[in-house]
Ligand binder design. Structure first.
Ligand SMILES: *Cc1c(COP(=O)(O)O)cnc(C)c1O
Length: 464
């Protein structure tokens, strides 16, 4: 529309008048006053710029409202990395999400409804974890695996030594290094062996009265290959000092899709005194740190004063119990996925997008577990290849901002955006298709014209 900027400024309705719009009154109840005022402010600004007319300000404010009072945006993980730390790792099952919502209000977290008196915090969740790993005499749950390790180091090795192989001194990500994390508790790290080879004799030579425990860490995000040696948990368990095993991924029992990934049951059976793991990696649950093993050690950790600072909240308790007792998680379902079924889904999706004029095709792909485990293990998958120029709109298009579509994060390869289906459930294919169709409207040149591929124009970096 054509409006002189000076006129528009005079005509822009006042904030109070716009806020009285019934839709915005309702939105204030849902989102709070400040988010609604911000949407109004943006719409007024657009009117002052002459982008919209003064009579369109209320509509524009309604359109600019965020979907929720929290700004975390739903994302479809089309990266082909099953557990993507930047994308919140494991997606919860519907059962876990429902349990979490139900626990959001007041709940019997530490209360026994039968007797009307105090109960053990998260008792049913702990019972579910114990039942899932009968090899553990006792279990405890803290905020994450890093917290589990800090608690073990503080309770069992403060002022003494943690014996750790030089081949297992890992960085878990974002510059956090396990040895530094452990040393921050006051424990000393006694390094043994070399990067590629550490033998039982190396450990045996290092242990003595000053030893708190031996720590065996699964190198969950890298592989050492070639001339290598590592001591097994069974060998270390014979040395007469406690063995704490950090399996990382949270597999409770062996899984055929990731045969080299350690699991809690096997390491406990092999003689580990304690095993620690993450809740939001291959277990497929909420962020949590699982501690399983000998009753006296678990109790020493759970009763240590630091445990109070690392305890999980009711939302985690609820989601973790439902993860353990409920139907297979999205992560478990992805690990069990049939490559032929993935290829069929990719073909169907690509066909639908192509029918709408988008330059899309199905391609074979290789997915990965991700930072949470199974480094270097390729998982056969399938993807839909679309123009790279769609990437920005898939991340931040207006439909995403308004909460109509999830953001879609794919993988950039050779000038194409691959939307890998490995980490996406079949029930989400519809949402994926709609998100791509909506993004394509914004990036018109992606429409295939006489088979020409549009130039890839943006400087997006691949998401890994
Ligand atoms: C992921 C991981 C950690 C850190 O776990 P968080 O739950 O993120 O704290 C520690 N050790 C290993 C081996 C891991 O794979």
């Amino acid at each position: 529309m054509v409006t002189l900027v000076g006129d528009a400024r005079r005509l822009v309705p006042r904030t109070d008048a716009i806020l009285a719009d019934p839709r915005l009154v309702a939105a204030q109840g849902r989102l709070g006053r400040s988010l609604v005022r911000e949407a109004v402010r943006q719409a007024q600004h657009r009117a002052r710029q002459g982008e919209i007319g003064p009579d369109e300000v209320a509509d524009a404010a309604v359109a600019a409202l965020p979907p929720l009072a929290a700004s975390l945006t739903r994302v479809l993980n089309a990266t082909g990395v099953l557990l993507h730390t930047n994308l919140g790792r494991a997606p919860l099952s519907a059962a876990a999400a429902d349990a979490l919502t139900a626990a959001a209000g007041c709940t019997d977290l530490e209360f026994d409804l039968a007797t009307g008196s105090r109960g053990r915090r998260g008792a049913a969740m702990l019972a579910a974890l114990a039942a899932a790993v009968p090899q553990a005499e006792a279990v405890h749950v803290v905020n994450n695996n890093a917290a589990a390790l800090v608690l073990a180091a503080t309770a069992l090795a403060a002022g003494s030594e943690i014996v750790l192989s030089r081949g297992e001194m890992i960085e878990i990500g974002d510059r956090f290094r396990l040895p530094e994390l452990l040393a921050s508790t006051g424990a000393r790290i006694r390094e043994v062996g070399s990067t590629n080879r550490t033998t039982v004799a190396d450990y045996a030579a290092a242990i003595g009265p000053q030893t708190g425990f031996i720590l065996k860490v699964h190198p969950s995000n890298y592989r050492v290959e070639g001339f290598t040696a590592a001591a097994s948990v069974a060998d270390l368990a014979k040395l007469g000092v406690p063995v704490v095993g950090d399996i990382g991924s949270g597999l409770l029992a062996p899984h055929p899709a990731v045969p080299d990934e350690p699991d809690a049951a096997s390491w406990l059976r092999a003689g580990a005194d304690l095993v620690t793991a993450s809740g939001d990696k291959l277990l497929g649950g909420p962020q949590a740190g699982l501690i399983l093993g000998r009753a006296d050690l678990v109790s020493a950790l759970a009763r240590h004063p630091l445990a109070r600072a690392l305890r999980v909240d009711k939302l985690t308790v609820a989601a973790l119990e439902a993860t353990l007792t409920g139907p297979p998680t999205p992560v478990a379902r992805a690990l069990a996925s049939d490559p032929a079924a993935l290829a069929e889904r990719a073909a169907a999706l690509a066909g639908r997008l192509a029918a709408a004029g988008i330059d899309a095709g199905p391609v074979a792909s290789q997915a990965a577990v991700g930072g949470g485990g199974a480094p270097g293990v390729p998982l056969p998958s399938a993807a839909v290849s679309v123009p790279e120029s769609l990437a920005p709109a898939l991340r931040t298009g207006p439909g995403v901002r308004a909460g109509r579509h999830p953001a879609v994060i794919g993988r950039l390869t050779e000038g194409r955006l691959l939307l890998d289906l490995y980490a996406i459930g079949p029930a989400e294919d519809e949402a994926l298709a709609e998100a791509v169709l909506a993004a394509a409207v914004l990036a018109a040149p992606v429409l295939a014209v006489d088979g020409d591929r549009p130039a890839s124009g943006n400087g997006d970096r691949p998401c890994r």
